[in-house]
Ligand binder design. Structure first.
Ligand SMILES: [Zn+2]
Length: 305
């Protein structure tokens, strides 16, 4: 199995999980830990959401991380201007491509989507950005329009195309078939974005890698909308344990990152919840939810010296 490059979307899709709001300090620390873990790219948020989000993204972009730092944008120049104002030069532009989204959510046409894409992509490229394009709801879209959309993105200069299983309806077999067909028709690299509604996000992501996707989207702990996204930890473990493919991530920091994100998102491990519910060792639960994660404090102290 080839080794995919990891795009972490915890700070964008992860924060869209019900009840999850990260503070600016938490976002910055999560970004620093992701960088230490060694992910290829960090999708830091959506500048169009407002000033607090922009401040977090601006701070993360100014950290000088090894990981690329990108933002999520709609097909709107105002979104891209907001990203540029945050000092970000890696722009992800997401466009709805299924009939349900285009006709019933936006009341628009295929031609409208392609025209807006051209405008937004050209604008970002003219401002010196590296641009990736997302096909939102691709798993429910007409295949002919998906291919047309991908080829237009490629022609306009997009760096890669993100295939989004936005509502989590794929299984590994369908994922492999569809992404293999798309791989044959499109030259730019493909990125897979999976959701876990039927518990298949990790399996679907492995199928996408097998079909030729060289980039995959994950979140820490699978945190994300509805049933969540592909879990970074599960994917790394499956690639290593089943295929012997090492992602080259820092395992020790990954453990700390998992604990930190679970804490910041008010999630605790299933085991701990079980113990709490059954009345076993409530002190273990309390420790998980309240005590400082000392190795992170120590790590940052060393960095600051
Ligand atoms: Zn998503």
């Amino acid at each position: 199995m080839q080794r995919p490059l990891i795009i972490d979307v915890t700070l964008r899709d992860g924060e869209q999980a019900p009840g999850v709001v990260f503070s600016i300090e938490e976002k910055v620390l999560i970004a620093r830990l992701l960088d230490r873990v060694g992910v290829y790219q960090i999708e830091a948020g959506i500048p169009a959401m407002g000033e607090i989000e922009q401040e977090a993204i601006r701070t993360i972009a100014a950290l000088g991380l090894q990981s690329r730092v990108s933002t999520w944008n709609r097909l709107l120049l105002t979104d891209i201007r907001a990203s540029l104002a945050c000092g970000v030069r890696d722009i992800h532009i997401c466009a709805p491509i299924s009939e349900i989204h285009i006709r019933y959510k936006l009341h628009q046409s295929h031609r409208w989507v392609l025209a807006r894409l051209k405008e937004a992509l050209s604008y970002a490229l003219a401002h010196g950005c590296r641009v990736t394009v997302g096909a939102e709801d691709a798993s429910r879209a007409e295949e002919s329009f998906l291919v047309e959309f991908a080829l237009v993105s490629q022609e306009l200069g997009a760096e890669r195309l993100r295939y989004c299983d936005t509502v989590g309806i794929l299984d590994p077999f369908t994922t492999f078939e569809r992404l293999s067909r798309l791989r044959e028709k499109v030259a730019i690299p493909l990125e897979f974005h999976g959701h876990n509604d039927f518990g298949m996000a990790t399996a679907n992501t492995l199928a996408a890698v097998k079909a030729g996707c060289s980039y995959v989207d994950v979140t820490v702990g699978g945190l994300g909308e509805r049933a969540g996204n592909t879990s970074l930890e599960e994917l790394a473990a499956a690639l290593k344990g089943i295929y012997g493919t090492e992602l080259g991530l820092g395992d020790r920091v990954l453990q700390l990152l998992s604990r930190y994100v679970a804490r910041a998102a008010n999630r605790v491990s299933t085991q701990a919840e079980y113990k709490l519910r059954t009345g076993h060792r409530p002190s273990a639960y309390k420790a998980l939810t309240t005590q400082p994660i000392q190795p992170i404090e120590n790590m940052l102290r060393v960095e600051r010296r």
